[in-house]
Design a protein around this ligand. Structure first.
Ligand SMILES: [Zn+2]
Length: 90
C-alpha cells in the first residue's frame, strides 16, 4: 500500500487496489492512476524513488486511456463524489 498526500485537497490517501478488488497488498506500478478517496482527484503514481510520489492526472492523459480504464476512473470518481455520506463531506 502506498500513502500519498492528495495534491487537490491535501487528504492523506492510500492505495487500495481498484473498485473490484480492495486489496491493500497491491502495489501500484509507475503510471497507475491513484484516486483520492476524499475528493476524487485522479493522480498518476510516479514511483517510490521520486520526491513526489504522485502528480495530478491531466485531461489529456485521461483522454488517452483505454475505454476500460476511463470507465473504471469515472465509476470511482462518481462513487466518491455522489454517494450519500461522501468522504468529501466529512
Ligand atoms: Zn483529495
Amino acid at each position: 500500500m502506498i500513502k500519498f498526500n492528495c495534491l487537490r485537497c491535501g487528504h492523506f490517501a492510500d492505495s487500495h487496489g481498484d473498485s473490484e478488488n480492495l486489496d491493500t497488498t497491491i502495489q501500484p506500478r509507475i503510471g497507475d492512476c491513484m484516486i483520492c478517496i476524499r475528493c476524487g482527484a485522479p493522480h498518476v503514481f510516479l514511483g517510490l524513488d521520486k520526491l513526489n510520489l504522485v502528480r495530478r492526472m491531466t485531461f489529456e492523459e485521461f483522454a488517452k486511456l483505454s475505454n476500460a480504464e476511463k470507465t473504471e476512473i469515472a465509476k470511482t470518481v462518481l462513487m466518491i463524489t455522489t454517494l450519500p455520506g461522501k468522504m468529501s463531506e466529512k
